[in-house]
Design a protein around this ligand. Structure first.
Ligand code: CMX
Length: 424
């Protein structure tokens, strides 16, 4: 698969390998940090043990994609974001058009994938369907074919590029098919003929609305969730799986299983459930006092407030801000959106008073679901699938960088409790 981006990445691959070789050769013994017992038992929090060039997340600012703050990228398209993630540069018009040409043939997924989705139980979770759909498509992998044909380690990134392009584009058709099969009796909508733009094609195939603001929300959604450095559950999962030279379909499917966890991507679904339950309990938007009481009851019964807190961030997530701004710009007059704003005014104070969460501020999941709901996507079991379509870009970009660097199989050391005790 030859393209402008492919040619550019040839040089990137050489530079990445040179950087890796010289860092290891000249500074291989440099100590980056020491690891404490608390970190080992605490989900490896703060241990700098991964390389990720595509994006970074700081406690006080949040996500930067290739060092550009995410709030400066809210007008971008998903295609621009993928180009930026893998190459470190924003594409010009010609480059962008060339990438769209690569993606467009794959918005329409093969019929056997739709058949796989239709064969699943009627109550299968949409994330299980997404992951299974990717597994069904694994037979398309150029990477596996290249490996089987004896491609050298230095060449494998080219097949990973080919898989990434197809997989990212197919995620739009696959996710839309999951939506139509699971919630609309299987009436799958074909990709629009001649449509090159990914978010427009995706919005069309979902079949929810033709409102330009909805299409813009789909675009923004795909941009904001695309990447969040290397240590989150889904990114680390795809990194580990692909380090065994499993192809992108295996790796992204596994990552989607991690994204389906309520402490990770599923939090957006949980957030909307929280909002709807609140409205049910109080017959509409509650008073501030009622909200306070509801939140405290939840905390006192050992449940989290979904959409709040973060393992790295210590400020309001800029992606939450981007969604919040979208709601204000489009003047969305909806009870759920009002509640998101009300929760934002009240919950951080409660979490601070409780004193457990290190970060009392909202993350991206606190606002995203209410906007999808406002435009007619009311099946909130589906929201994490939307997240997954976007996150596939970051996962593929990170795997591609790792293949270009010829990163080895991941194999950290585990210790027994007795070994740990003997060190204490
Ligand atoms: N509500 C209630 N308690 C919370 C909380 C929240 N929103 N966030 C953190 N806490 C609690 C933790 O459960 C933990 O309690 P214990 O000491 O009893 O185990 C304590 O505060 C300390 O946790 P932390 O160090 O602040 O947070 P972690 O790094 O362990 O976890 C996260 C981070 C996101 C899993 C957690 O904040 C959480 O569960 N939030 C709600 C779910 C959510 O919104 N997830 C989406 C995250 C974004 C994403 O990855 O997609």
């Amino acid at each position: 698969m030859i393209s402008i981006l492919h040619d550019k990445l040839q040089k990137t691959a050489e530079a990445l390998r040179a950087a890796r070789t010289s860092l290891v050769k000249e500074h291989g013994e440099t100590v980056l940090s020491s690891v404490t017992i608390e970190q080992v038992f605490g989900g490896m929090r703060g241990v700098p043990a991964l390389v990720c060039d595509t994006s970074s997340v700081s406690a006080d600012e949040g996500l930067r994609i290739r060092n550009i703050p995410i709030l400066e990228l809210t007008d971008a398209t998903p295609e621009e974001i993928f180009w930026l993630l893998v190459s470190g540069e924003r594409p010009n018009a010609e480059e962008l058009a060339a990438l769209k040409d690569l993606f467009a043939p794959h918005y329409q997924i093969p019929s056997y994938v739709v058949d796989t989705l239709k064969a699943m139980p009627k109550d299968a979770h949409p994330m299980a369907m997404l992951s299974a759909g990717l597994m069904a498509m694994e037979r398309e992998s150029a990477f596996r074919k290249a490996y089987d044909a004896g491609a050298g380690k230095d060449e494998l990134w080219k097949a990973m590029f080919e898989d990434s392009v197809r997989l990212i584009a197919s995620m739009a058709g696959l996710a839309a098919a999951v939506y139509r099969v699971r919630f609309h009796g299987g009436s799958v909508i074909d990709a629009p003929a001649g449509e090159k733009d990914m978010s427009n094609a995706f919005a069309h195939m979902l079949g929810i609305s033709n409102d330009p603001a909805w299409k813009d929300l789909v675009r923004l959604y795909l941009v904001l969730h695309s990447d969040h450095e290397g240590g989150n559950v889904s990114a680390m999962t795809s990194y580990v799986v692909s380090s065994a030279l499993s192809d992108a379909y295996y790796s992204v499917s596994a990552a989607m299983c991690g994204l389906a966890g309520p402490l990770h991507g599923l939090a957006n679904q949980e957030c909307l459930r929280f909002i709807i339950d609140l409205e049910k309990q109080f017959g509409g938007v509650p008073t501030e006092e009622q909200l306070r009481e509801y939140a405290w009851n939840r905390l006192n019964s050992g449940q989290v407030i979904p959409g709040y807190g973060h393992a790295v961030l210590r400020v309001t997530d800029p992606r939450f801000t981007a969604f919040y701004d979208f709601a204000e710009k489009h003047n969305i007059n909806d009870d759920n959106v009002k509640l998101v704003q009300m929760i934002y005014n009240i919950v951080p104070g409660i979490l601070k008073e409780q004193g457990k969460a290190k970060n009392p501020w909202p993350n991206v999941d606190a606002a995203s679901g209410s906007l999808l709901y406002a435009y007619g996507m009311t099946e909130f079991d589906f929201y994490t699938v939307m997240f997954g379509v976007s996150r596939a870009m970051g996962l593929c970009a990170q795997m591609l960088v790792n293949r270009m660097m010829m990163s080895p199989i991941v194999r950290p050391k585990s210790l027994t409790i007795a070994e740990m005790q003997s060190k204490a």
